[in-house]
Design a protein around this ligand. Structure first.
Ligand SMILES: NC(=O)c1ccc[n+]([C@@H]2O[C@H](COP(=O)([O-])OP(=O)(O)OC[C@H]3O[C@@H](n4cnc5c(N)ncnc54)[C@H](O)[C@@H]3O)[C@@H](O)[C@H]2O)c1
Length: 325
C-alpha cells in the first residue's frame, strides 16, 4: 500500500517532516496546502508536482488522502483536524495542537469517534536514549526532578503573540512537560509564576519572558520546570534532571543522557534520528490501521497540552490548579 499524504501548512517543521517522508518508498505526498501559496508550491515541487491548495477544506474534498500532516501555528487551528477525522483521514498534528483546550477536547473526541490513527509531534518519545532512560527509572524511586527550556526567542512572527503561540511553555517547553508525563504519570496539581520586563521594545511581544512551574504527580513525584526566552549569548539549557535514590540522571534535549552515580559517570549519546522514527511509526500505524502503535496519540497529548495551559491559568490567577481532563 502507498500512503497518500497531504500537508497542511508548509513552513519550517512541515519541511522537516517532508525530509523524512522523502525517504519512505511507500509514501506519496499528493497535495500541499498553505495560506501562503508559494510555500505550498515549493512543497509540491519537492514531491514532483503534488496538487497545490490555499485551504484544507478544498484539499480534503478533492483529494483521496490516507493521512494528513498538520503543521500550522498553534493559534491558527480551526477545523483542520475535525474535518479530517470526519472524512476518515489519519492525522499527524504538530504540538501544541491548539491554544484552546475546549477545541482540543473536541478534536480528541472526533478522533476517538472516527477510530483513525492520530499522532502528535512529541519527537523525544522516539529517542533511543529516552527508551533507555525510561527503563532505568522504571524500577527506581524518584522523588524530585527539574526541567528547563531556557534560550532565545524563535524568529517566526507568530511566536511572540500569546494568542497565536500560547507562550513559551505551551509552544516549546511542552516537550519537557510531555516527557515528564511519560516518565512519571499523570499530573495532579500545577502552580506557576511568570515574569516580564527583560524583553523590551519588541513589536507585538506579549508572552512571558520567564517562568517557573511546580508540578505534583499522582505517584508523589514533585517537579519544577523553568522556562525563559531572554538569553542572548548565554548558553541555553534544555532538558530534565531526575533524582533517583542511587543516581542523578540528566537528559540533555535530543543529545544525550548522563547517568551520574557516586563513583561513575556514564554518557549515552543519541544514535538514531527520532524524527524519522516518529514519522515512520505513524506511517506504519496508518498502514496497519492500528492507533495503538503511536507513542503520542492525540488523546494522550491532550493531557500534556492541558497541563501547560493550566500553567498559563495559574500565572493569571496566582493559584494552584488541580488537573481535571
Ligand atoms: N515537534 C517539534 O519539535 C516542532 C518543532 C518546530 C515547530 N513545531 C510546531 O509546528 C507548528 C508550526 O511551526 P513552524 O515552525 O513550522 O511555523 P512556520 O511559521 O514556519 O510554518 C507554519 C505554516 O503554516 C501556514 N499556515 C498558517 N495558517 C494556516 C492555515 N490555516 N492553513 C494552511 N496553512 C497555514 C503558514 O503560512 C506557514 O507557512 C507549531 O505548532 C510549532 O510549535 C514543532
Amino acid at each position: 500500500m502507498t500512503v497518500r499524504v497531504g500537508m497542511v501548512g508548509c513552513g519550517g517543521i512541515a519541511n522537516w517532516h517532508a525530509g523524512h517522508l522523502e525517504q519512505f518508498d511507500d509514501v506519496k505526498v499528493v497535495a500541499a496546502c498553505d495560506i501562503i501559496v508559494e510555500r505550498a508550491e515549493a512543497m509540491a515541487e519537492r514531491f514532483g508536482g503534488a496538487n497545490v491548495y490555499d485551504n484544507h477544506t478544498e484539499m480534503y474534498e478533492k483529494e483521496d488522502l490516507d493521512a494528513v500532516f498538520i503543521c500550522i501555528p498553534p493559534g491558527a487551528h480551526t477545523d483542520s483536524e475535525t474535518a479530517a477525522a470526519e472524512k476518515g483521514i489519519n492525522i499527524f498534528v504538530e504540538k501544541p495542537m491548539t491554544v484552546c483546550l475546549d477545541q482540543a477536547r473536541e478534536v480528541r473526541d472526533a478522533i476517538e469517534k472516527a477510530g483513525i490513527v492520530s499522532a502528535v509531534g512529541f519527537q523525544d518519545r522516539y529517542l533511543d536514549i529516552i527508551d533507555n532512560l525510561h527503563s532505568f527509572i522504571k524500577d527506581r524511586k524518584v522523588g524530585l526532578f527539574t526541567g528547563a527550556w531556557i534560550g532565545g526567542m524563535p524568529p517566526v512572527h507568530w511566536w511572540r503573540v500569546k494568542a497565536e503561540s500560547g507562550g513559551q511553555i505551551v509552544e516549546q517547553n511542552i516537550h519537557n512537560f510531555d516527557l515528564a508525563r511519560m516518565l512519571f504519570g499523570e499530573v495532579e496539581t500545577v502552580y506557576a509564576q511568570a515574569g516580564t520586563g527583560i524583553m523590551v521594545g519588541i513589536e507585538n511581544y506579549d508572552v512571558e519572558d520567564y517562568s517557573s512551574v511546580m508540578l505534583t504527580f499522582e505517584n508523589g513525584v514533585i517537579g519544577n520546570i523553568i522556562t525563559g526566552d531572554y538569553l542572548k549569548g548565554a548558553v541555553p539549557r534544555n532538558g530534565l534532571e531526575i533524582y533517583c535514590e542511587d543516581a542523578r540522571v540528566e537528559y540533555q534535549l535530543r543529545r544525550a543522557v548522563i547517568y551520574h552515580s557516586r563513583y561513575n559517570v556514564k554518557e549515552e549519546r543519541r544514535a538514531i534520528d527520532q524524527g524519522v522514527r516518529s514519522d515512520r511509526t505513524f506511517i506504519n500505524a496508518v498502514k496497519a490501521n492500528d492507533p495503538t502503535m503511536v507513542r503520542s496519540p492525540y488523546r494522550d497529548a491532550f493531557r500534556s497540552l492541558a497541563v501547560t495551559l493550566a500553567a498559563n491559568k495559574s500565572f493569571e490567577t496566582g493559584k494552584p490548579i488541580k488537573m481535571t481532563y
